[in-house]
Design a protein around this ligand. Structure first.
Ligand code: GFB
Length: 319
């Protein structure tokens, strides 16, 4: 982890909302490695972020200087498609409460994490930040996307009316240690890892993959995202959103081959086209970020190996 300049010192008080999730965990780790010692966290049991009163009290008591807003209801294509009410409600509540309370309690800066699904389903590729709100959204995740777009607009509105330094990052599809490996609710990469691992252990000859295998996705290791988040917290103070991607785009079929090789699964793949493909392609244009001086480091195969090592350790602990 690269260490950055001056804002995030051992004495800076920093709240990481969502510290038990994939992104929040990696941000906490990055902050610790950068020497930060006043990192505030609360579990869901300690602080319900959907409760306006609880969030307001927390910020009034703790008055964090910097806030990483990584708490969200997230999930893969099936979870998004199955629970639209929960995805729009919980995300609107969490982000509204945290952004408003951070501003009211005098926080110096907030970093909001969005998602590449905010862009139109058929946006030209790679997708530039200015394509936001230029077309129809992908129906499987429009509820989540609308909540994230509201978060972006709230950051911009609070900057404009109250002078609050709130910035927004749009990460591409993320993966890494600490991910959700539940087959019903996870994203594709951890789902494939679990499916291939289970098939290998049980000696199964075939694994089912959803959709046609032809959609393309870009993947970014969560440690890269954490590093980009720290970098932008230090360096970026503008209303415009910033894409965070790796430029490493593969089809789902190619991803399956790669994950299968890393896991050591030698059987066949069967595509279930009754399950949705989602958006055909989602590649971010990262020229704004690279011009600011940051780019991703972790190559996809290396990142998959790293994640599989973590996954195996968890399986051993659980068994
Ligand atoms: O990662 P994923 O669930 O999310 O699915 P999205 C990506 C692609 O992988 C889709 C295919 O084409 C899926 O049909 N796929 C194949 C699988 N097998 C599987 C499987 O076993 N599990 C899963 N989950 N997918 C999500 C959004 O979209 O991406 C969220 O719904 C968010 O809102 C997130 O933006 C980053 O990339 O399609």
């Amino acid at each position: 982890m690269t260490t950055h300049s001056s804002l995030l010192t051992p004495h800076t008080s920093i709240y990481v909302a969502g510290h038990r999730g994939l992104v929040g965990m990696a941000i906490c780790q990055g902050l610790e490695q950068a020497g930060c010692r006043k990192i505030l966290t609360r579990t869901h049991a300690e602080l319900d972020l959907t409760s306006q009163a609880a969030v307001r009290d927390f910020f009034a008591d703790e008055q964090p200087e910097y806030v990483f807003l990584a708490a969200a209801r997230v999930g893969g294509i099936h979870a998004n498609d199955s629970y639209p009410a929960e995805f729009i409600r919980d995300n609107l509540l969490i982000q509204t409460n945290v952004i408003d309370s951070a501003c009211q309690s005098g926080a110096k800066k907030l970093l909001f994490l969005g998602s590449s699904c905010i862009y139109p389903k058929f946006a030209p590729q790679p997708m530039k930040e200015e394509y936001l709100l230029t077309g129809e959204l992908e129906p499987t995740n429009e509820w989540y996307a609308i909540a994230k777009i509201a978060g972006i607009k709230m950051c911009q509105a609070y900057r404009r009316q109250y002078g609050f330094n709130a910035i927004s990052l749009m990460p591409t599809n993320l993966y890494g240690p600490g991910d959700n490996f539940d087959l019903q609710s996870s994203h594709v990469l951890p789902a494939l890892m679990r499916k291939f691992h289970t098939a290998k252990m049980d000696g199964l000859q075939e694994v089912e993959i959803w959709g046609t295998g032809s959609p393309k996705r870009e993947f970014l290791h969560v440690d890269d995202l954490a590093e980009a988040s720290l970098f932008l917290m230090e360096e970026y103070n503008e209303p415009e959103i910033v894409n965070v991607g790796s430029g490493q785009e593969v089809t789902i079929g190619e991803l399956a081959d790669l994950v299968g090789k890393v896991v050591g699964f030698q059987g066949k793949i069967r595509y279930n086209s009754a399950m949705p493909d989602g958006t055909p392609r989602k590649l971010l244009d990262v020229s704004r970020l690279t011009s600011l001086g940051w780019q991703a480091q972790i190559e996809l195969r290396q990142g998959i190996e790293d994640t599989y090592n973590w996954f195996i350790q968890q399986e051993e602990v659980a068994s």
